[in-house]
Design a protein around this ligand. Structure first.
Ligand SMILES: CC(C)(COP(=O)(O)OP(=O)(O)OC[C@H]1O[C@@H](n2cnc3c(N)ncnc32)[C@H](O)[C@@H]1OP(=O)(O)O)[C@@H](O)C(=O)NCCC(=O)NCCS
Length: 158
């Protein structure tokens, strides 16, 4: 197994069409549906980086700034921002596009932490994620600060 992998090699791009069963009574995409797509896209990115089954350890706060409408195409782009020991921070950018109106808007950014596990569900070490572009380097640095805040506010198990 490689000890280091490029951030870009963990990239997953996923596009979904907003259908009636994804929406509320106003014809807007349900928040829970978007969170499901974010979770799947991020899990695929973590698995692509680690070559392991990855479980969601935590999801940072997600703000919904604009409604996404029935018939829009939702594109999610996920990358491992930084790998720690057994955990990885994955960033997901969400874009909503209306082909009818010819519009495209950045809708959300989400940060999730995944842990790579073995067949018994025990955490296993993952390769380092090497940032190359300025943007990747910025996210890499910021991921450490977010991890520290996350672990400080981590709730203990019963
Ligand atoms: C995530 C899980 C594997 C962590 O196991 P654990 O026994 O707590 O393991 P550890 O305390 O050794 O932590 C392992 C890693 O997870 C990270 N982690 C654990 N809880 C975390 C949290 N709430 N937020 C961020 N990272 C977390 C730790 O920082 C550590 O990372 P590191 O190895 O990179 O330093 C375990 O809690 C689990 O299986 N949870 C359920 C996952 C799941 O089912 N997800 C779907 C929910 S519906």
């Amino acid at each position: 197994m490689l000890k280091q992998k490029k951030v870009i090699d963990s990239q997953i791009v996923m596009t979904e069409l907003v259908l009636p069963h994804h929406t509320n009574q106003l014809g807007n995409l349900l928040g829970g549906q978007l969170m499901h797509w974010i979770d799947i896209c991020a899990a695929l990115s973590a698995a692509k980086h680690s070559h392991r089954v990855c479980v969601t350890a935590s999801v940072d706060k997600i703000d919904f700034h604009h409604p996404i409408k029935l018939g829009d195409a939702v594109t999610l782009i996920a990358c491992v921002n930084r790998a720690f020991n057994t955990s990885m921070e994955v960033g997901v950018e969400v874009y909503a596009q209306s082909f009818k109106e010819g519009t495209k808007a950045h809708s959300n950014t989400a940060f999730l932490t995944f842990v790579a596990v073995d067949d018994n569900g025990n955490p296993v070490k993952v390769a380092e994620a090497i940032p190359e572009t300025e943007e990747e380097k910025r996210r890499y640095e910021e991921a450490l600060e977010r991890r520290e805040n996350r672990l400080k506010s981590r709730t203990k198990r019963d």
